[in-house]
Design a protein around this ligand. Structure first.
Ligand code: NDP
Length: 309
């Protein structure tokens, strides 16, 4: 398959590998949607797919990758370790590889810094009798990450990283003397109403690339209806989604728009070089509208975001 030139923008990771700046998000896609979306994305020129064990769609995604005819080595594939697998990281990765039908992934992320009971009443969302999440308190994300480091040597993943990490949690991780492999990325919610500027500065200082999830505001893409976004898109003669995705890349952030609609999938890859003035205007959007998270974590946010961030 020929690759359109707009899909070739990459960022360098701290392990020397390159990551395509725009990747296809696949959360909340059924098996059929995920399969068709990956086929459409690879055809449009994407070479970066983001999935997770928790999304339940690794199998159709793996099948689409095979059926696409695009060489495995040319595609950057990320999957994620779910909370109930924090104490058994290799098993978690092996399960994902089996579902994907692959020998390795390019990037394996700790999905959330929250270990959950592996033997609880549900395989993904175990709860206690009082209804609260069944979280492990005698294990922490540093323990998990120490174990994840061994997976790089196994060859089952080319890189490891984290997701949903605040500055405080990144500092805690990097301060541990047994952490010898820095996370290559931190995948977090980033969009116009949550620009995460301080986290971005901290990540850059520490040679960690940020990845933006929910870059359009998640389900229903609410950011596309914002008046400033619409005005700037019009001014540049591009769609609102192109503007927002280009803004992320302009900031040096990998961006993961999700769509199951082929025309949108193709449109979302058409990034432009944003001018300084428009980039700065978008940087200010959250201070005009009020900063807000649009994706709620599947547990009390205090467990994850209870710090300076
Ligand atoms: P997005 O911000 O990517 O928005 C997805 C929504 O936008 C869907 O409703 C989609 O509709 C719509 N959409 C996409 N493109 C367009 C377009 N060009 N015009 C109009 N509407 C559009 O949300 P997500 O929350 O899915 O985030 C993206 C990805 O980030 C996820 O899929 C996942 O891979 C990752 N993620 C990671 C998390 C983590 O904890 N690490 C948490 C959340 C997301 P439709 O599909 O119907 O076309």
């Amino acid at each position: 398959m020929a690759v359109p030139s707009n899909s070739t923008k990459t960022f360098k990771l701290n392990n020397g590998l390159s990551i395509p700046a725009v990747g296809l998000g696949t959360w909340q896609s059924t098996d059929e949607e995920a399969y068709n979306a990956v086929i459409a994305a690879l055809k449009a020129g994407y070479r970066h797919i983001d999935t997770a064990y928790c999304y339940g769609n690794e199998e159709p995604i793996g099948k689409a990758i095979k059926d696409s005819g695009v060489a495995r080595k040319d595609i950057f594939i990320t999957t994620k370790l779910w909370g109930t697998d924090h104490t058994r990281t290799e098993e978690g990765l092996d399960r994902s590889l089996k579902l994907l039908g692959l020998d390795y992934v390019d990037l394996f992320l700790m999905h959330w810094p929250v270990p959950m009971n592996p033997n609880g009443n549900h395989d993904k969302f175990p709860t206690l009798p009082d209804g609260k999440r069944d979280i492990l308190f005698d294990w922490n994300f540093v323990d998990t990450y120490r174990e994840m480091q061994k997976l790089v040597a196994s060859g089952k993943t080319k890189a490891i990283g984290v997701s949903n990490f605040s500055i405080t949690n990144l500092k805690k991780l990097l301060a541990d003397p047994e952490i010898t492999i820095k996370p290559v990325v931190n995948q977090v919610e980033i969009h116009g109403y949550l620009p995460q500027q301080r986290l971005l500065e901290y990540a850059k200082e520490n040679d960690i690339v940020l990845e933006a999830y929910s870059p359009l505001g998640s389900t229903g893409a609410p950011l596309l209806k914002d008046e400033l976004v619409q005005d700037l898109a019009k001014k540049n003669g591009i769609s609102e989604s192109t503007l927002l995705i280009s803004w992320a890349v302009w900031r040096g952030i990998v961006v993961l728009p999700k769509s199951v609609t082929p025309s949108r999938i193709a449109d979302n890859l058409k990034i432009i070089e944003l001018c300084e003035e428009d980039g700065k205007k978008l940087n200010e959007l959250a201070s005009i509208r009020g900063e807000k998270r649009l994706v709620s974590p599947p547990w009390d946010p205090i467990v994850v975001f209870n710090d300076e961030d």
